[in-house]
Design a protein around this ligand. Structure first.
Ligand code: HEC
Length: 198
């Protein structure tokens, strides 16, 4: 048995079928390296995709687009005064009421509940109010707070236009009559009607 045959022997597997033997031919090193590389790469890629600034996610793109759109609409709103006419007419604008609702959901529900029916704070859906006698008072209370901060002041925590849109949204909650919390304060006169064609 020459040298070549001897080393072949080591590489030939012990079994044999119909005279056919199996040569133990290991996968080459480069193949293992590629395999190893893909494993390492997948782990690295996974964490990069979560955190890295190089990856821009669909959701980030959507948020940026929404922000840009809001900024555009905000610009289109023009000068927004917290006066009676503005607050009343905004109540007719479904798009801006949706926007007001989103601010309400973000900041106000912990004390006034998701439907505005009250909790720590009073019910905002009935005809009774503690600090409000006219629709513009809502804006004043939101901006300045009330009762020594029991109702926090939001004036420096949101854009002035947000405060106006939110005020109008809060006014629109009136009449929903959630029975979550009993009425507090006095029954006040209805909000002024929206102007014709406005
Ligand atoms: C930490 C709890 C808390 C949060 C958060 C809060 N409020 Fe209030 N809110 C109160 C309390 C308490 C009062 C009642 C104050 C009083 O007794 O004079 C109140 C009163 C009000 C009133 C006047 C109601 C009335 O009957 O006079 C309005 C309007 C109002 N909140 C709107 C909002 C809006 C809009 C937000 C979100 C930006 C908000 N509140 C967030 C606790 C809160």
């Amino acid at each position: 048995m020459d040298k070549q045959n001897q080393s072949d022997k080591l590489l030939i597997k012990g079994h044999q079928y119909d005279g056919i033997q199996e040569f133990d031919n290991p996968t080459p090193l480069w193949w293992h390296l590629i395999w190893l590389f893909t494993m390492v790469f997948s782990v690295v890629y996974f964490f990069l995709s979560l955190e890295s600034p190089w990856f821009v996610h669909q959701t980030d793109r959507l948020a940026a687009a929404q922000l840009a759109e809001t900024a555009r609409l905000f610009g289109a709103l023009g000068d927004l005064q917290a006066d009676e006419a503005t607050l009343v007419s905004l109540m007719q604008d479904e798009k801006w009421m949706d926007f007001g609702a989103s601010i309400f959901q973000m900041h106000c529900t912990s004390c006034h509940a998701a439907d505005g029916g009250g909790g720590i704070g009073p019910n905002l859906t009935d005809d009774n109010y503690i600090n409000v006698t006219s629709i513009t008072d809502i804006h004043t209370i939101i901006v300045d707070g009330a009762n020594n901060g029991a109702m926090p002041a939001w004036g420096n925590r949101m854009h002035p236009k947000e405060a106006v849109l939110l005020s109008s949204y809060v006014a629109s909650l009136r009449g929903n009559n959630s029975n979550r919390k009993a009425p507090e304060g006095e029954i006040i006169a209805p909000w002024p009607a929206a102007e014709e064609g406005g």
